[in-house]
Design a protein around this ligand. Sequence first.
Ligand code: SRM
Ligand code: SF4
Length: 569
Amino acid sequence: MNEPPRKLSRNETIKAESRGLRGTLVRSLARVQTGAIAEDDTQITKFHGFYLQDDRDLRSERARKRLEPAYSFMARLRIPGGIVTPSQWLALERIALERANGTIRLTTRETVQFHGIIKGNLRPAMQAIDAAMLDTIAACGDVNRNVIAAVVPHRPALHAQLAAMARRLSEGLLPRTRAWHEIWIDGALQGEAEVEDEPIYGRTYLPRKFKIAIALPPDNDVDVFAHDLGLIAIEQDGLIVGYNVAVGGGMGMTHGENTTFPRTGDVIGFCAPDNIPALAEAVVIVQRDHGDRADRRQARLKYTIERLGLARFVALVAEQAGFSLEPAREFRFQHSSDPIGWRRGEDGAWHYTLFVENGRVDDQGPRRLLAGLHAIALVHAGDFVLSANQNIVISKVSDAERPVISGLIEQFGMARVQSGLRRNSMACVALPSCGLALAESERYLPALIDALDIALAEHGLDEEDIVIRMTGCPNGCARPYLAEIALVGRGPGLYNLYLGGGFDGGRLNKLVARDLDHAAILATLRPLFASFSREREPGEHFGDWTIRAGVVRATQQGNRFHADLAPGL
Ligand code: SRM
Ligand code: SF4
């Protein structure tokens, strides 16, 4: 018997009726009585790269005073490969200062977010972004998002090939609608526009977001297995001869719901560079046609693959692309984090990877990143490259320029010594801006690391590279499930602890304890650091040790785990 058709999610109707992602945005913007926009438009704006948020620190006080929430917008840019020029950086800084909350937030996907843009500042902010030759199109929403690529400017010939591929994929998979330009730049009147065809996406776009990353072994700085489509570059004699293709990675899950889970991508074969755009389009189209449009919690590609089976999915992609993949080639990753500090490139140029704690560029505290990067941008002739670890590389520095840049790094306190744990740390934004946060993340992880550093130093581990990540909810924005130590928010001040991820970003960790507060996190990790320092084998990473030592009871089953596995501790 045929199953009755399932009811489509509300978002599907909103997309279908949006007239090419226009919705009623122009009308919403014109309503000065509120800082918000119409509810359906809040879904449409995501495709334009921004979200309606409210300051959660002020929520209850404003409710008590019967005021509407303190609404503002978060805007996210599309910067394929994360490369910006110094003059673009200065433009971004100006937008942050004049139109947003005065900070720039580097994200886990090689781009920039602004927070706190009030409604009246949206259009000027977008126009300033456009004037800087940047945009926010498709940075969010049910489409392909910012395409990220390995940050390897020290290998310039290869980096150029990766960056070109990131741009090509990003451009090729952009929605065709002109809505963004019309509304933000040209200032269109509501209802004027012709609705364009969307040859790749169709009227209802994708069932859910879609993400692409390009890695270059041995660096896995993009966490290639966390993406819907991961491309692993295979190099021969300075040329990228093709890419191994991984599909179906993703991090998001819901606490306690075993039908949702993080999953690492499956490597399904090898593809020549010229065929990659057609392959990516085929994967997108198969997901468009087979993804779940009734339940958004089951709509990501990882669930489509689980439902169809990998073999059928691969066959559908081959049919759509018109070619099959070759067998995957050998590759090996060594690390997923960024090497902080100076390194010299193959062409003799210098590159400085600046550690940006949790991606927040501001002048709070002794590391004056905003002022320092401003000063560097004024004199720097190379590029800035934003990393998927929320850091920034000041790239292509000449021998002559290097003392000047070094002097500025010192002058603004930007090189202050970081412990091994801190320089391998990431936290998602969470409170106060994220509407989904259950607990603090960006505002709490630095203090937790202060405390953990003391415990590590007691065992001579203060310089040890250990990957730690925190998120304020299980959605996984800092890719916690691939970290050696992960803390995932459950409620105010409470976190689930996961251990055993691979230092190379290739293995998911496991839930070992639930609902830990600050003291319980320290009490759990301190003895583990002590045992690790005594028992580790030479060169053994903390995540590997937790498995060998039996701290994490079972290694993962396949490439996914369930939210509710029994804790191992
Ligand atoms: Fe994320 C939703 C921030 C990378 C999985 N993410 C959100 C929102 C927009 C909250 C919302 O929907 O209202 C967060 C805005 C917070 C704020 O106030 O700024 C948010 N995500 C971020 C960023 C800024 C975290 C950061 O600290 O850098 C990252 C922006 C990336 C970018 O530039 O595009 C960010 N988000 C990720 C990643 C990591 C990645 O893509 O490599 C993931 C996990 C990978 C994945 O997609 O599976 C991720 N974000 C999610 C999810 C869960 C998706 C799922 O499949 O279940 C949500 C919630 C949703 O989509 O329903 C979410
Ligand atoms: Fe918000 Fe959760 Fe993403 Fe953190 S992981 S930014 S709390 S959605």
